[in-house]
Design a protein around this ligand. Structure first.
Ligand SMILES: [Zn+2]
Length: 272
């Protein structure tokens, strides 16, 4: 192999590793989604059938494939397994792998690792907020700590602590604004949203302050449009509780995947 082939081989191998890791985190995400709201341990017991409590064997536990190996139902009691599980696994794996794009070679910088950390909690937070109108501390705090560690590591590597300060402000300023909204609006923004914004803002801010601003602009735009839709179709009134976490998460991923192209469009009217 010449050096070019070696580089391509290295990239391919890294992608395969990331796909496998993503699938494992996808499996972990189903555990987070189903256990964290009840405060159950996310470590023990192993995955089991909710009906007959039969423990899953190692090959049935393989992310995404396990569901199909079992034919979508429990081998013990025949209970149908919700398609929710393979969907959570697949979406989480997809977000996780996307975190290392763009480019033929995986991007392994700290900002991308922080994005990958967000990928692990995105689907659980999204589903829990829609269902229970809350964003569990375990997930929002873990994400914020993980992202902060990557931000500090980036600053240690580059030695640019001024950039680090700006990156932290990308999370802290919007969190403070959202905190004010949460305090002054009776039923809208919650403190869970405030905590989530810290990690999303820092992770986006590690790329640029523009991506952080774009993230929140998009989140408020789609959240606002959704609320308007609810009002116009008279499915709710202005007092209806609408979970905001899903819009924050969607804003983050739309801006990450849309890159500079989308951010330029989003920020054009505000001249950032
Ligand atoms: Zn069963």
């Amino acid at each position: 192999m010449n050096s070019e082939q070696l580089t391509a081989f290295g990239s391919a191998l890294t992608w395969v590793t990331l796909v496998v890791l993503g699938a494992c985190f996808g499996s972990f995400a189903t555990v987070l989604e189903s256990r964290v709201p009840d405060g159950k341990s996310i470590v023990t017991p192993g995955s089991q059938c909710p009906n007959c409590k039969r423990e899953l064997r190692w090959n049935e536990n393989i992310p995404i494939l396990g569901f199909f190996l079992l034919g979508g139902k429990c081998k013990g009691c025949g209970l149908k397994i919700s398609t929710k599980y393979p969907l959570i696994e697949f979406t989480t794996a997809l977000l996780f792998v996307s975190a290392f794009t763009p480019g033929p070679a995986p991007q392994l910088g700290m900002a991308h690792l922080a994005t990958a950390a967000i990928a692990i909690v995105t689907v659980p937070l999204f589903l829990i907020d829609i269902k229970l109108y809350r964003l569990p501390n375990l997930l929002t705090y873990s994400a914020a700590i993980a992202v902060a560690i990557f931000a500090v590591t980036q600053a240690v590597i580059t030695g640019d602590w001024v950039a680090f300060m700006w990156t932290m402000l990308c999370g802290l300023i919007p969190a403070f604004l959202l905190f004010l909204i949460a305090v002054f609006s009776k039923n809208g923004m919650g403190l869970g949203d405030v905590k989530l914004v810290v990690s999303l803002g820092i992770a986006a801010g590690m790329f640029s302050y523009r991506s952080a601003i774009a993230t929140f602009v998009v989140a408020f735009l789609i959240g606002g449009l959704y609320s308007l839709g609810i009002l116009l179709t008279k499915k709710g009134n202005s007092k209806s509780a609408i979970p905001f976490g899903p819009f924050l998460l969607a804003g983050f991923w739309i801006c990450f995947m849309g890159g500079d192209f989308l951010q330029n469009i989003v920020l054009a009217p505000w001249s950032f």
